[in-house]
Design a protein. Structure first.
Length: 559
């Protein structure tokens, strides 16, 4: 029986009698009790914690399974740029530690992937997708990385991103999820699906289960947009809730680090680990509470009852009928979950906000903060000390694919007005003023708890970016079967089509994450959208395959 040609039968045998019922010994085979391990496509952090606690599998088994899954699909999706060569050793060490002294936290032994703009002090690179940072090392690794390690997470690897978090190329030269180092990332629901950016690889990796969860960063839309397009949950925390030290900067006014996961509760559990003050990021001084609250505390199906959710219709993207239809059913679901939906409550001054050239301040922030960052890199093999140096490297290094991938955004950053100039200051003040009139005043005047919009309503995302407000995104539907297929202008990515996921974004007040997460959780439980459609591209390796191999049982692939 153990060596039958039918590998699956062996697995079924294991499934029923051994692995999932570890207390059931061979002599009691045939006992009725049996449970099935969740698929790594769907497994939650709670389920992983239970499996580890019961010794149904180890952290090493998890690492082995995830690496096998990455090997299966990464040539198609390009979500992961690098696997931590020490992942197995770290997992084994954490498995031993668990036996000796118990677990550090619910994340003990849990493999997590990090966006490739978050520095780690280990054998991994941190490059923002650019070849010029290969080999570079900062003074210390990111605070959020230290926090993850302290919680016992296994840093499994790095994920691909839009190069320089989308601060390099402009117009049609720029595609979401492309970097010189990692190539083009694709989302998994359609062939050549646009993953959005810039945390593209993190969203895709979470979507198909290449890790238990992932970490992304956002300056303006970089967690929310890719999460929506891969049907996963993203939390863009209030600026300051998570420390940005050790993260390659975009704009210190707007940058934030947040989790991407398959469920709201999983994302909240990761936020629990990474939120908190750091001596290396003064923005974290704004955190108004201590200790950090449990962000899963409001995860209950009734969290939307009597909650006032505003719908700023004027911030919706025009001419997107399929998205509008899905959003309409999301509004119905919000009401069914008990929310008081305050419809047609428009953002004041939205047109004025849209008319601003906010890039002008954003790109100056990028130029200045990147220069400072590069100047402080103790190990900098390509001697890039300024954006000018990066531009020169990018133009001269064939691996950077210049000019097919231009440097339009870099150039705009170089020529942007200085911080002290009237133009910069005026634009900064106007953008804050109009964003307050829009988002902040709408929340206040209508006594709203949050506003909700499709994740594609980018001007709402931008208002939250300018004000540093938090957003949670959760899957809300898919394009219908008869939807027209659309491509980007370059013609290499599908931007809409049958089964293309659509996200909902819920935006709220600063440091109100605990409540926002509750609303998103109640919506998720009401709708269970992620479970309604399968990714087209997904790996097959499951924990039971790894366990079978570990037990020396021949499986199908080896026969
Ligand atoms: C990229 O930009 C360059 C110069 O800006 C242009 O010559 C080239 O045609 C663009 N390529 C694509 C594919 O858009
Ligand atoms: C809100 O904006 C929408 C779309 O621009 C418009 O159709 C609607 O009349 C506005 N509603 C109010 C109350 O101003
Ligand atoms: C994941 O969950 C969905 C919905 O419950 C289910 O249809 C699907 O079969 C599951 N996938 C795997 C690989 O178990
Ligand atoms: C298409 C492409 O460039 N893919 C790359 C993704 O990243 C890994 C790791 O750096 C490379 O091995 C792939 O070639």
């Amino acid at each position: 029986m153990w060596f039958t040609k039918d590998g699956r039968q062996v697995l079924h045998f294991l499934k029923s009698f051994w692995i999932f019922n570890p207390l059931c010994h061979a002599s009691t085979m045939g006992a009725t009790e049996s449970a099935v391990l969740p698929s790594l496509l769907n497994i939650t952090l709670d389920e992983i914690a239970i499996g580890l606690d019961r010794n149904q599998f180890t952290s090493e088994d998890l690492v082995r399974s995830y690496i096998a899954r990455i090997d299966e699909v990464n040539h198609k999706l390009n979500a992961v740029v690098e696997i931590n060569p020490d992942a197995f050793a770290i997992a084994r060490q954490l498995d031993n530690e668990r036996l000796i002294s118990g677990k550090r936290s619910v994340l003990h032994g849990v493999p997590i992937l990090l966006k490739d703009n978050i520095f780690t002090s280990d054998k991994m690179q941190t490059t923002a997708g650019s070849l010029c940072l290969l080999g570079a090392k900062p003074e210390r690794e990111a605070t959020i990385v230290e926090l993850l390690r302290r919680a016992g997470a296994v840093l499994l690897g790095k994920t691909n991103l839009s190069e320089w978090a989308n601060f390099r190329s402009a117009g049609d030269n720029a595609t979401d999820g492309w970097s010189a180092r990692g190539g083009q990332t694709y989302a998994p629901y359609l062939e050549r699906q646009n993953p959005c950016g810039s945390s593209s690889g993190s969203a895709v990796a979470a979507a198909v289960g290449l890790a238990a969860a992932t970490i992304g960063t956002e300056t303006d839309g970089s967690i929310i947009c890719p999460s929506g397009k891969s049907a996963v949950v993203g939390i863009k925390p209030t600026v300051g809730l998570t420390s940005r030290d050790g993260v390659i900067p975009g704009s210190p006014r707007q940058d934030t680090v947040g989790p991407i996961a398959r469920t709201v509760k999983d994302a909240a559990m990761i936020l629990n680990a990474i939120a908190g003050k750091s001596p290396f990021d003064s923005a974290t001084d704004r955190i108004p509470y201590w200790p950090i609250p449990d962000f899963t505390a409001k995860c209950n199906p009734f969290a939307l009852r009597k909650i006032r959710i505003g719908i700023p219709r004027n911030a919706m993207k025009k001419g997107t009928q399929d998205v509008d239809t899905v959003f309409q059913s999301a509004i119905t679901a919000l009401k069914e979950a008990g929310a008081i939906v305050v419809d047609d409550i428009n953002f004041s001054d939205l047109e004025k906000f849209k008319g601003l050239n906010t890039d002008l301040v954003l790109l100056r922030d990028f130029k200045d903060s990147l220069d400072t960052f590069l100047q402080n890199l103790p190990v900098n093999p390509h001697s890039v000390r300024s954006l000018e140096d990066v531009i020169e490297f990018t133009k001269l290094n064939a691996g950077e694919f210049f000019p097919d991938r231009d440097i339009g955004t870099f150039e705009q950053a170089i020529s942007s007005p200085h911080k002290a100039s009237d133009v910069y200051q005026d634009m900064l003040h106007k953008s804050i003023y109009y964003a307050q009139n829009g988002l902040k005043n709408t929340l206040e005047h209508a006594s709203l708890d949050a506003v909700a919009l499709p994740a594609s309503a980018i001007h709402a995302t931008s208002m939250a970016a300018v004000l540093g407000y938090p957003i949670v995104t959760v899957p809300m539907g898919y394009y219908p079967k008869d939807a027209e297929i659309h491509y980007n202008n370059r013609g290499d990515l599908v931007t809409a089509g049958p089964g293309f996921p659509i996200g909902l974004q819920i935006i709220g007040r600063p440091f109100d994450e605990q409540n926002l997460i509750g609303y998103a959780y109640a919506f998720e439980q009401q709708t269970k959208i992620r479970q309604k459609q399968q990714p087209l591209i997904q790996p097959n390796t499951e924990l039971e395959d790894t366990l079978a191999k570990r037990m020396g049982v021949l499986v199908k692939s080896e026969l």
